[in-house]
Design a protein around this ligand. Structure first.
Ligand SMILES: Nc1ncnc2c1ncn2[C@@H]1O[C@H](COP(=O)(O)OP(=O)(O)OP(=O)(O)O)[C@@H](O)[C@H]1O
Ligand SMILES: [Mg+2]
Length: 264
């Protein structure tokens, strides 16, 4: 079964003998912000690489399952065709071309579009991130960490994606900069781009998203509306760092009941 938007169905991934994802299913409806939470090694980056078809660059492969965008299979396409189909990934670790200028980094993200399309995309990016216009001729490696993250997001936007895949955009940023990135993600979404956001920063992600999934050791263990996950004792305890003795001893409170649980 598939539907509108990005749909991942029963996706399993291995890196050689290492099984990194096991039958993961999730949906990013058109226009939504959806988040995947999970700790180190849960499989968040692997999931995004499987969707963007960049797994092979990391020695990984999909062993079962499908990825579709509006019923169109993406899982047999090469990575550049996935971008052309409207799905663009911002990899973790804010990788920019450090020795290239900011302007050239953005140009690299726009390869393939029409001149008018590129120019419109650049205007949008400069409006979202004025600092990138001010620093257009500076080497990207000289930008601050937060500015490099902005550039990484901006470079992906140059391809005018319908779905943006974001891998831990807040990682290593001071709270103020993380909030600015979050505000920008909201703005990008308001302008019509769907977002799949993977994060360890659950507080930030759950504020942005309408729907959330929890990934643990390669499997989805919990999913539901973001507001309900944010209120669930399990998520509060494990991902929001809330210590609540009563809640800890009462794992099945009403807030948890509407969430879908996979393990058992
Ligand atoms: N290139 C690789 N080769 C072999 N194993 C890998 C590779 N990349 C990831 N893995 C393994 O796959 C599993 C999932 O890793 P992944 O990087 O997707 O997790 P993650 O949730 O993104 O973690 P983090 O929050 O630390 O970025 C881990 O067990 C990891 O060791
Ligand atoms: Mg990762």
């Amino acid at each position: 079964m598939t539907g509108a938007g990005l749909v991942v169905r029963d996706l399993s991934v291995g890196y050689g003998p290492v099984r990194a994802l096991r039958r993961v299913s999730l949906e990013v409806p058109e226009g939504a912000v959806v988040t995947v939470l999970g700790g180190n090694g849960a499989g968040k980056s692997t999931l995004l690489r499987a969707i963007s078809r960049t797994l092979a660059f990391h020695g990984g492969a999909v062993t079962e399952g499908t990825v579709t965008l509006d019923d169109r299979r993406l899982d047999a396409l090469p990575p550049d065709r996935v971008v052309a189909a409207g799905v663009c990934q911002v990899p973790e670790g804010r990788r920019v071309f450090a020795r290239m200028t900011v302007a050239d980094n953005l140009r690299a993200g726009a390869l393939g579009g029409t001149r008018a399309g590129r120019s419109a995309a650049l205007d949008r990016v400069h409006e979202l991130f004025p600092v990138l216009a001010e620093r257009a001729n500076q080497r990207a490696g000289l930008l601050s960490g937060g500015e490099q993250q902005m550039l990484a997001v901006a470079r992906a936007l140059m391809a005018t994606p319908r779905v943006l895949l974001l891998d831990e955009p807040s990682l290593g940023l001071a709270p103020l900069m993380a909030r600015r990135i979050a505000d920008t993600v909201r703005e990008i979404n308001t302008q019509g781009t769907s977002v799949l956001l993977v994060e360890q920063n659950a507080a930030l992600a759950l504020r942005l998203a309408t729907r959330a999934y929890v990934l643990e050791v390669g499997e989805v263990t919990l999913s539901g509306p973001a507001a309900e996950l944010a209120a669930s004792d399990e998520v509060r305890r494990r991902y929001l760092g809330v210590v609540d003795e009563d809640a800890a001893s009462d794992a099945d409170r009403t807030t948890d009941r509407t969430l879908t649980r996979w393990k058992g």
